[in-house]
Design a binder for this molecule. Structure first.
Ligand code: C5P
Length: 411
């Protein structure tokens, strides 16, 4: 299970750090590569020399290491490996993870990663039992971070015992193997295993001047829910997101953009894809000449004239792509009138396979809300779906898409 896996091992500062030396040995015995990252605290307990000798790898310690960072070191550490393992994970490190603090290399890697994270906490029992720590662990579990231990027993401090000891290296190895096994099983039998799904989400912001922009009310909830559902169906997922207030979905490669032009570039850079779902509410127009300075009132009482130009249509661009058009291309149509006629027209004009049409008149509460009532418009007809929350809509769209792909493969 571990053979050929590349594991970033984050060692944070606790007495249990000495056990990490044995952990490195055990992981390597099973064929894994172990790339160590040490916090300042960890270096108080074990030396980089010992860690480097056992891992036979460069030991990373500094966020601002010029050698490693010229190549965006912490991003590569976060992304180019199969797992981030934290052993020991101190209460402090867990608290920083909850809040997204990235003030050293270890926390920056943890904030930037899209890989599975497994943590082996180690701390004094009072610290472990503290409601702050328990709440932090619960929040991290909600985000998909896995834990092994802590175990109970004697502490390093005299007379202290209870739950807080780091699990033994072989238990951590077993938990690591279990994580990879679960991952392999999830992906093997799932309907979109081996498929790449590309999704756009959220609004775009089109600058007027350095402080103002044109935007719309899209929250990104539907697009982000689609990304999660596609991952759950076993796909490799790329999400190109405009500015939203949502966290990046776990295990999804998320590319952040602001404008329609940037969104198009990011979408094209991430083709080919088997399925593309363009759920973003892309601004139709941008300001022709973006002001380099804040536009001021000139005292005349006349508002400034803002000339607009049309943005590229991302869905239509990839719909008409000669070689890279995804096999299944799905667009959305948010309308306030003539829903079906407009959706049919879009299906043709943009060369999409399906248009998911929804009425976003203010009284529906769909824009920004949690529920959605949609109609699936394809060349073969229109399907009405009952009102559902956006996660259920996402799951159903993904199920239908997977079905379509397997019908396609069979025919
Ligand atoms: O034409 P309209 O904006 O209503 O079309 C909506 C569909 O087209 C959505 O799927 C949206 O993501 C996509 N679109 C796009 N690029 C644009 C405008 C819309 O990809 N510039």
């Amino acid at each position: 299970m571990l053979n050929g896996k590349a594991i970033v091992l984050i060692i944070s500062g606790g007495i249990a750090a000495y056990k990490s030396l044995d952990l490195i040995r055990r992981l390597k015995e099973r064929g894994a590569r172990v790339i160590p990252v040490m916090t300042d605290g960890a270096r108080e307990f074990v030396t980089p020399l010992a860690v480097g000798a056992l891992s036979a790898e460069n030991v990373f310690t500094d966020l601002f290491d010029r050698e490693a960072e010229h190549d965006v070191g912490h991003i590569r550490l976060a992304r180019d490996h199969d797992l981030i393992l934290i052993a020991p994970a101190t209460a402090n490190l867990l608290a920083k993870m909850v809040h997204g603090i990235a003030d050293d290399l270890a926390t920056a890697v943890l904030l930037a990663t899209n890989k599975p994270v497994l943590a082996a906490p180690a701390m004094n029992p009072k610290m472990w039992q503290n409601p702050a720590t328990l709440r932090n662990v619960a929040k991290l579990e909600e985000r998909g971070i896995r834990f092994v231990g802590p175990a109970s027993g004697e502490m390093a401090e005299k007379g202290e015992a209870g739950i807080g000891r780091m699990s033994e290296p072989l238990e951590i190895v077993a938990a690591t193997e279990a994580l990879f096994r679960d991952q392999a099983m999830r992906h093997a039998g799932l309907p979109l295993a081996g498929k790449h799904v590309l999704i756009t989400s959220g609004p775009t912001h089109e600058p007027i001047d350095p402080v103002r922009y044109i935007a719309n009310r899209s929250s990104g909830k539907q697009g982000h829910a689609l990304a999660r559902a596609a991952f759950d169906a076993g796909a490799r997922v790329t999400l190109v997101s405009g500015p939203v207030e949502l966290p990046d979905p776990a295990n999804v490669e998320t590319v952040h953009v602001e404008t329609a032009a940037e969104m198009l570039k990011a979408v094209e850079a991430n083709l080919p894809a088997d399925i593309a779902i363009m759920a973003a509410a892309v601004a139709d127009w941008r300001v022709a000449a973006e002001g380099s300075q804040k536009i001021k009132k000139d005292g005349s009482g006349q508002p400034p004239a803002l000339a607009l130009v049309e943005n590229p249509d991302i869905l239509a661009t990839i719909g008409h792509h000669e070689s890279l058009r995804p096999r299944l291309l799905i667009g959305f149509a948010a309308e306030t009138q003539n829903l079906i006629d407009n959706a049919r027209a879009k299906l043709d004009r943009k060369n999409a396979d399906w248009i998911i049409a929804n009425d976003v008149s203010p009284e529906t509460g769909i824009m920004g809300g949690d529920a959605n009532t949609i109609r699936l418009v394809s060349k073969s007809g229109v399907e009405d779906w009952p009102e559902m929350n956006k996660s259920d809509v996402a799951r159903r769209i993904i199920e239908r898409a997977a079905q379509e792909m397997s019908d396609d493969a069979a025919s």
